[in-house]
Design a protein. Structure first.
Length: 229
């Protein structure tokens, strides 16, 4: 999870904790970083205007002195279950950590009866997703896509050949159950489709993309459609 996403998720974690708050150790475990990193993040949130409180000693920790909540969400148990199932099924998809954070925000303000019913039903939905890139790799690819900068990748292709590529990200595509990155490969000077599960390392650069348009990829499959809400 990149720092921007972590700061947002950290804010939501403190909101959920309410007046109880969370310790730096608990937050560090939740986000798989050090307590020192958490304290730096909390300081950054406070500088940004978030009303963070801190208590020392037994029972101490961090929380929000005042927090707003989403208005009541009138989801049915089936709708809540559908949301949870969709997020679970998208575990290998781009921005999946943001999807989980968004789902938690909705479920946290769900009617308690509907929430309990959805929890019970969730055991009747099984999800088995295929392999994908590590979260560290996905963070780099997602940030490069958002900022429209190139990404340096170590790629292991289907013929077991490993190459170093600088790629201009154009589209994330789900095809046949596999998530792919479609981009302009500066090594091959052409558009290439990269299986995300074969990307071993990735680092977003500061080099702006040249402006290749999505239309250059060609005509998408007839059943393909953009992820428009």
């Amino acid at each position: 999870m990149n720092r921007t996403a972590r700061l947002h998720a950290l804010t939501e974690s403190l909101r959920r904790a309410g007046t109880r708050g969370r310790t730096a150790h608990q937050l560090a475990e939740e986000f798989d970083v050090t307590a020192r990193t958490i304290k730096r993040d909390l300081a950054a949130l406070e500088v940004g205007g978030l009303p963070v409180w801190g208590r020392t000693g037994p029972g101490g920790g961090y929380g929000l002195t005042e927090f707003s909540a989403l208005p009541p969400v009138n989801f049915t148990a089936a709708q809540a279950l559908a949301l949870a199932a969709a997020v679970a099924a998208s575990a290998q998809a781009p921005f999946s950590d943001s999807a989980r954070a968004a789902a938690r925000k909705v479920l946290d303000v769900l009617d308690p009866v509907a929430r309990r019913r959805a929890d019970d039903l969730s055991h009747r939905v099984w999800v088995n997703v295929g392999p994908s890139a590590s979260r560290r790799v996905m963070d780099a690819l997602e940030q490069a896509m958002i900022d429209q900068v190139t990404v340096n990748m170590t790629y292991h292709d289907a013929r077991a050949r490993t190459t170093e590529r600088e790629v201009e990200p154009m589209v994330f595509a789900l095809d046949g159950g596999r998530w792919l990155l479609v981009g302009w490969c500066r090594l091959r000077a052409d558009i290439r489709w990269f299986d995300l599960s074969r990307v071993q390392r990735a680092t977003a650069t500061r080099h702006p993309c040249a402006g290749h348009h999505v239309d250059e990829i060609g005509t998408p499959p007839e059943a393909a459609r953009p992820a428009v809400l």
